[in-house]
Design a protein around this ligand. Sequence first.
Ligand code: FES
Ligand SMILES: [Fe+2]
Length: 433
Amino acid sequence: MTTTSELDTGTGYGRPKPSYNARLREVGPGTPMGEALRRYWHPIASSETLVAGALPHKTRVLGEDLVVFRDGQGNPGVVIERCTHRGASLFYGRVEDDGIRCCYHGWKFDVQGRCVEQACEPALGRRRDAARQPWYPVAERYGLVFVYMGPPELKPELPRYDALENPAEDERYFASWPVPHAAVLGMPADFSWLNIYENSADPTHVTWLHSTHSGYQMLGTGTFGYPENFFDPATIAERLTYERTDHGVKYTQRFEVEGENGEVTEYGFAVEQHLPNVFGLPDYVKVTPDARPDQLLWVVPSDDTSHRLFFSIRTNDPERMVRFVIGITQNGKQNHELTDEERQLFPGDTEAQGSQGTITLDSEETLATGDRGVVMLRRMLLTMADDVEAGRDPINIIRDASEVHHTQSGLFTIGKRPAGDSTDATATATAGN
Ligand code: FES
Ligand SMILES: [Fe+2]
C-alpha cells in the first residue's frame, strides 16, 4: 500500500449532482423559454419538398407532436398529430383536396382543423362543427413553411430579412437539405437547440476545432480563400469583438490579407444572431467581401433534447448552396462517411456539440473570455423570457409588415494600409460595417 503526504485536490469524487438552467433550456408548453419561443414564427418544412396531396409528415416542435401536410389545393397545414375523435395518429391519414382524413373512422379536417366530414356518421356528421382538430397558423416565405404556435391574439408579422429579400431575376431560394432524411423537415439532431445556437456565437471553436485540432475543415467544394492569420489561435483573442445589436449578439473576427502589390486589407468576419433562433454566416470557404449576405439559418427546438436545423439561401449558384450546407469536411469526407476512429482523429461540430450532451449542464461549465458571445446570448434569451412573462413584446417581434430586419452577418472591409506601412489597418479605415 502506498500513501502520499499531500491530499489530492480536484478529483472527481463527491461532485454535486449536475444540473441545467431550466428557465433557459426547457421549451415545452408553459415553460418560460417555451412560452417566449412561442411568440415567434418558426420554420417547420421546406416549401419545395412539401408536396401537394402527398403523404403527411410527422414532426415535433417545442415539445408538441405535429403533422405537416399540403392539401391537394396547395395549402400547407399543421395540425396536432393526435386525432380529436379518439386519438389515432394523423400521420396515418390521407391527404385529400381539401384536408387530411384520419385513417380510423374517416373524419376529415381542413388546414385550420375544421371538421369537414365524418365519414361514418349520419349525413357525414350533423354535429361535425363541434369537432375541431387543434391546428396552428402557417405562412410561406424564402422557400420555407413557417408555423406560429403562440397566443393567437399576439401573432406577429412573419419577419422579413434583408439578406433574403429582393432576389435577382436569376436567383432562387434553396431551403431543402440535399439529403433525403432532412429534405422536408430540416436537419434533425438529438441534442438541445442551444448546443448549436450557442455554437453560432462561439468563434474560437472555428479557430481550434475546425482549423487546428482536426486540420482545415472548410475545404468543402469551393476555393480556400482565407489566410492563415484568420485562424491563428495565438492571436484570436485580441482579434475578436462581441457586441449587442438591435437584434441579438454579433461577433467580429478581424484578419488581414496582403495583396499582390503589398497593400494590406483588414477584414471583419461577422456573425450575428437574431433572437430567438436565427443566425447568418459569411461564406467560410471563399473570401467575397462586402457582398450582401445571402443566407440565414434557424435552429428550431423539437423538444428539450433535440432540434432541427433549417436554412434558406438566395443564390443563382447551386454550388454556393452545396458549399454552404456541406462545406465542412472531416478528413476530406462528410460526417456520415467517417469511421469511429476518424471521428476521434478529425472531430467536427457533430462530435463536439453532440458530446456536450443532449442538454448542456450549466453546473458543469467553466466559462472563459472566449465564451463572451455565449454568455451575452444566454442573457438576451433570458431577457426575452422575462419580457414575455411581464406581458411585453420580446425582442424582434414585428408588428409592422413593411419592416425588414437588417442582418449584420457577413465579411466586410474594415480598412487598408499601403505596402510597407506596419500601422494598424484600421487607422486608415476606408469602410466599415
Ligand atoms: S380517431 Fe380519427 S376518426 Fe376516429
Ligand atoms: Fe462549427
